[in-house]
Design a protein around this ligand. Structure first.
Ligand code: GLA
Length: 380
């Protein structure tokens, strides 16, 4: 990827320039709790985005996406918002940096990525983090990595329309080889956990399903849990985020919120606790417990939070039947991957059977990705 980008850059703009990279992410547990003040457990992975970037002394951005084989130019004023979806991420990052006082000028760039599209591995966070990191470096903006992760998140909110939490951009910015990150999404305090489960493998099975409505459903879920938090706050003003609420407090407002919002909120409170339980289990190397909690997350996401789909349920249920240690859908939902914690000896039979039975049921095989926990944003 690096060489191809270099060649294209020379062809398109002449000469050479610095390259920057960032990564997609996985998440062991802690789904949809990042915007509720909970903890999450993500890590960056060995696929991501690489961009070659050079300031051009104008106020125009000239960006070439190798993936879309498309060159676009746009200015940096709010009204210059480009139409192409991919360009909005770059534009959004620039705008969010400018809004925070940075002096960003025009630049030329060629970039590409290898995060499988629509797999729920956060190709968008990889794109935002790569450019946020690169522009911060090239224009000497002086933002911290915390600022840069928040800039990526604000890009999603204000230029893409997804009211996401901070998990993806944080993992993509702060990821470290061989470590998962236990992240407190409220304070952004975090701790790296070396993750080498002896005798197990972490593997993703990609359903290759992507539902168009995922982002509007995502925003609706967020609105549901905020409605529940709001109702609880009236009685318990100390509840800033839903994660602050006790289960009994949610029960108290059961009749004041919709049955749907109640169910969504119940899932969230369960998940907030499960992340902490996984941390405890990991300190005892109790992978059986980690896996059990992963299944609970899956069935919570499927039956209470309702962001799964038949393909994801099929894979999680098959894993359960084959006594795989842990499995669950990962990320926003409505498609993408399951993450599986598989005993070494079960890996080959599980993957083989999952491919076969999934193909019989849905007409195509799932894709298989071995998880390699890697570094996040960096200059190459
Ligand atoms: C998406 C969002 C994240 C997070 C996950 C679900 O990936 O971008 O902020 O909410 O869904 O855990």
């Amino acid at each position: 990827m690096k060489n191809l980008i270099q060649e294209r850059f020379a062809e398109q703009f002449g000469g050479t320039a610095a390259q920057y990279a960032s990564a997609g992410r996985v998440n062991l547990i802690g789904e949809h709790v990042d915007f509720c003040g909970g903890f999450v457990f993500p890590g960056a992975i060995d696929c991501g985005v690489i961009a070659q970037v050079r300031p051009n002394g104008t106020d125009q951005v000239n960006a070439y996406s190798l993936h879309y084989d498309q060159l676009l130019s746009f200015g940096l004023e709010e009204e210059d918002l480009p139409h192409a979806h991919w360009a909005r991420y770059l534009f959004g990052v620039c705008r969010e940096m400018i809004k925070r006082g940075a002096r960003i000028g025009g630049f030329d760039t060629v970039f590409d990525g290898n995060v499988p599209a629509g797999a729920g591995l956060s190709s968008s966070a990889a794109l935002e983090s790569t450019f946020a990191f690169a522009l911060n470096d090239l224009f000497g903006c002086g933002f911290t990595k915390f600022d840069l992760a928040l800039i990526g998140q604000a890009t999603e909110h204000n230029y893409v329309g997804v009211k996401c939490g901070i998990m993806d951009q944080f993992a993509s910015m702060f990821g470290r080889k061989d470590s998962l990150i236990l992240l407190n999404c409220r304070t952004l305090e975090h701790k790296y956990y070396p993750f080498h489960p002896q005798g197990y493998r972490l593997v993703l099975l990609d359903t290759c399903v992507k539902h168009e409505l995922a982002s509007s459903a995502y925003n609706r879920r967020r609105a549901s849990v905020e409605a529940a938090a709001e109702a609880i706050r009236k009685r318990h003003p100390e509840v800033e985020f839903l994660a602050d609420a006790k289960r009994v407090w949610l029960e108290e407002v059961k009749d004041e919120i919709s049955a749907e919002d109640f169910l969504r909120a119940q899932y969230i409170l369960g998940e907030v606790q499960r992340v902490l339980d996984v941390c405890n289990a990991l300190t005892r190397d109790d992978y059986g417990m980690v896996g059990e909690l992963m299944y609970q997350t899956h069935f919570g996401l499927s039956r209470m939070y309702e962001v799964s789909c038949p393909e994801l349920d099929f894979l999680a249920t098959l894993a359960r039947r084959m006594e795989v240690t842990g499995a669950r859908m990962m990320g926003g939902g409505y498609g993408g991957c399951t993450i599986n914690l598989v005993q070494e000896e079960l890996y080959a039979p599980f993957v083989e059977r999952a491919k076969k039975e999934f193909a019989t049921a849905f007409g195509h095989e799932p894709k298989v990705y071995d998880v390699v926990i890697s570094d996040g944003a960096r200059k190459l």
